[in-house]
Design a protein around this ligand. Structure first.
Ligand code: ZN
Ligand code: ZN
Length: 290
């Protein structure tokens, strides 16, 4: 646990931290040869005008064989102690053919979380474990695509609550310190959202709910933080009752860039507090109730 940052108010399971750290490592190390296509001007125009995520208009080809390889590599990183039934269930998934994996990857981009919810019922795997492992596996590819396709995005132009490339809801948000902690270069204090699936970071209004788009009412409290740590806030919405964790980089004094996934994990105590107040997340990765 990184005490230097004083992000944590609770001890986190070291196994979970280890798992995410190692997946971050392989995500950075492995490079898959993926086919990237030029996107035509009219597709870009449609993406901007109809506010449709770019990958929904031109879906990257997910090669089932490679997605399956990524999944098996991520499974290898799971803690040894994990219960047998879970590893059996993951092995059953690995027995599926390449076509299944190709379709699953495509569906995860197009239909998103519902696909995983269906799969969790069909295969009787706890949704949080399945979602976490599948997301981490698919990220390994999509990162390569998004690095390439981000050249088609103009920061600040896309004002939606979903990722401009793949359409997933944000994992976490941050108020930019002025440097490029997550790879964006924007003016200090702007709010940016981070995609859990393709690692894209996009600017979003500070005054609107990042789930339903409702404008926060003036004079009404729309956030809370733990006393003494206002660098980490929970933005919540009175209309849709959802919340999103936001890191204020201007106050956190991060000495070096940190992975948004790591930051997400290190702030799980805020999810606990938000749920206690009856707020819910669009993307609750560690909640079996979903
Ligand atoms: Zn995305
Ligand atoms: Zn809302």
């Amino acid at each position: 646990m990184n005490t230097e940052l004083k992000l944590n108010m609770v001890e986190l399971p070291t196994e979970l931290i280890k798992f995410i750290t190692e997946t971050e490592d392989i995500t950075n190390q492995i490079e898959f040869e993926v086919e990237k296509e030029i996107i035509a001007d009219e597709v870009i125009k449609e993406h901007k005008e109809k506010k449709t995520p770019l990958f929904h208009l031109q879906t990257p080809k997910i090669e089932g064989r490679l997605f399956k390889t990524a999944f098996s590599k991520v499974c290898e990183l799971l803690p040894d102690k994990q219960d047998d039934s879970l590893s059996k269930q993951f092995n059953q998934l690995l027995a599926e053919d390449n076509q299944f994996w190709g379709q699953l990857g495509r569906k995860m981009i197009l239909q998103q979380e519902d696909v995983i919810k269906e799969l969790t019922i069909e295969k009787e795997i706890p949704i949080s474990s399945l979602l976490l492992v599948l997301l981490q596996s698919l990220r390994i590819f999509l990162k390569e695509y998004s690095q390439f396709y981000q050249r088609y995005l103009e920061q600040g132009e896309w004002k939606e609550e979903k990722c401009p490339l793949c359409g997933w809801p944000p994992l976490i948000g941050h108020f930019i310190a002025g440097d490029d902690t997550f790879g964006t270069q924007n003016s200090a204090g702007a709010k940016s959202l981070f995609c859990p699936l393709c690692d894209t970071d996009w600017l979003y209004s500070r005054l609107h709910c990042s789930s339903c788009g409702e404008q926060f009412s003036k004079g009404k409290q729309n956030y809370f933080y733990v006393e003494g740590n206002d660098g980490l806030i929970v933005n919540h919405c009175s209309k849709c009752n959802s919340y999103l964790k936001i890191l204020d980089e201007r106050k956190l004094n991060l000495t070096s860039p940190k992975s948004p996934w790591m930051l997400y994990l290190e702030t799980l105590h805020l999810d606990f507090l938000a749920e206690k107040r009856d707020y819910s997340s669009n993307l609750n990765l560690f909640n079996e109730k979903n």
